[in-house]
Write a protein that binds this ligand. Sequence first.
Ligand code: NDP
Length: 282
Amino acid sequence: MSDDRRFLSLLTGSFSTPAGANPTVAMVEAAYRDLGLDARYINCDVAADHLGAAVRGALAMGWAGFNCSLPHKVTVIEHLDGLGASAELIGAVNCVVVREDRLIGENTDGQGFLSSLRTVVDPAGRHLVLFGAGGAARAIAVEAALAGVARLTIVNRNVRHAEALAEVVNGRTSARAEVRAWDGPCRIPEDADIVVNATSIGLGDAQAQLAIDEETLREGLVVADVIPNPPRTALIRAAEARGCRVLDGVGMLVNQALVAIELWTGRKADAGVMRAALEQVL
Ligand code: NDP
């Protein structure tokens, strides 16, 4: 960090999160306060045709970095100077870090998910069943494969999206991925260790459930949901009732921000402080 920047507030933020009370802002600023950092996390709603100008503006104003949410996670790449290794495989960026005036794209979604997952199971050598093939699923599949998951079964409504993701996993990592069309209630394979919902089913709707055969959610299986709001999704409740070990999407949201804060500031934030701030807003 340059000397000049020491005398400025450290600015980070999010491009393209709708304005208004924002859980990520509350969570990140609580972490900054707790760390005693003179820093702000600012929420900017950026239109697609102004993305390049906004990125250059962040650099011009001495920001330490920023998050990118939908719809900018892929298109932001053309405005950056380089990509971290997993962001390059994932093909999407949710976190940009300014390093010596260069804009480097990272993807902390998958790393955040893996940190949560590791609190209940070591993914190495496991069989992970992944519902979804969008941005969150790509991030999880790549990081899980890099963390040594042996097998991935990708279940998605649009089979072509699942095949494209399987191609990345099979071509660029040592994990083996296979694809299953999702055209009816899906039975969880008996040898599965981990099940992940990485679709948007459940976002803002506690009753929305994935088309799965709930009887195949067996005791001891690890079941994770990316949906942070509401955290107790229909999947989480059904899995808990059947004796599965469950992980909600709040843990992933906290952990992806923890990784981002460390990339921007070099400091490790307190996950408990961040979760509490988030839960107050959600
Ligand atoms: P995308 O739009 O990229 O992907 C959405 C995925 O959901 C696709 O696989 C899509 O299938 C599937 N899907 C959507 N609706 C249905 C449906 N009715 N039936 C079956 N499949 C469906 O979104 P993202 O991957 O970026 O985000 C997915 C979710 O992850 C969001 O709800 C987001 O909030 C959450 N998320 C959570 C994070 C956290 O930190 N907790 C971080 C990032 C994301 P198809 O390909 O067939 O269209």
